[in-house]
Design a protein around this ligand. Structure first.
Ligand SMILES: [Zn+2]
Ligand SMILES: [Zn+2]
Length: 188
């Protein structure tokens, strides 16, 4: 089965590199993403910051990222580019029994990521980075908040001014209703 994240990503943290005094291990990670499984391109790559902190029973990971995404405007189909940021936290238990231990340390069930056997293990960051990225990017892009889109009748870009086609501009939902009413009229 194809993995959901790019196969050329490779990032790990050895658990024993995380300071024992409770201070953060900070990793700054730059990743390129060339495949288009998210439907966008990332012209400047992805910049992640990962903070790993030891607790008594495991590790807290705080992951944030910032990137530019480019794609097609959902309204006018022109080029759209926007800056996206996201962050999330995860708990990894070490040598414990997972969720119950996470809860005992005050974490929510959805913050529990996995259990690792011992402090000589490594955290595979790739699925975590992917999770934060995939849950933060927008479903659609617009080239600007007030993009007027295309005329539904003639297809002209209304950002360039009124199209003058004279076509009746109908909301697609209204169009369904209009056709229904038309059908009722014809039954008479
Ligand atoms: Zn647009
Ligand atoms: Zn038009």
């Amino acid at each position: 089965m194809e993995k959901p994240f790019p196969l050329d990503w490779q990032e790990e943290i050895p658990l024993n590199a995380i300071p024992q005094d409770g201070s953060d291990l900070e990793e700054r990670i730059f990743l390129a993403i060339t495949d288009d499984r998210l439907g966008y391109s990332f012209p400047r790559g992805l910049n992640f910051v990962v903070l790993a902190t030891r607790t008594s029973g495991g590790v807290v990971l705080r992951v944030s990222f910032k990137c530019e995404i480019a794609g097609q405007c959902a309204r006018c189909l022109g080029d759209a580019i926007t800056t996206v940021e996201g962050e999330d936290s995860f708990f990894i238990s070490v040598g414990g029994d997972g969720i119950s231990e996470a809860k005992a340390e005050g974490f929510q069930e959805e913050e529990f990521w996995c259990n690792l056997d011992s402090w000589s293990d490594r955290i595979d960051l790739v699925p975590i980075l992917w999770e934060v990225l995939a849950s933060s990017i927008p479903f659609r892009l617009v080239c600007k908040d007030d993009c007027l889109g295309l005329c539904p009748s003639c297809g002209a870009d209304l950002n360039d001014g009124p199209c003058g086609c004279g076509g009746v501009v109908t909301d697609p939902r209204m169009e369904v209703l209009r056709l229904k009413l038309q059908g009722l009229g014809e039954e008479k």
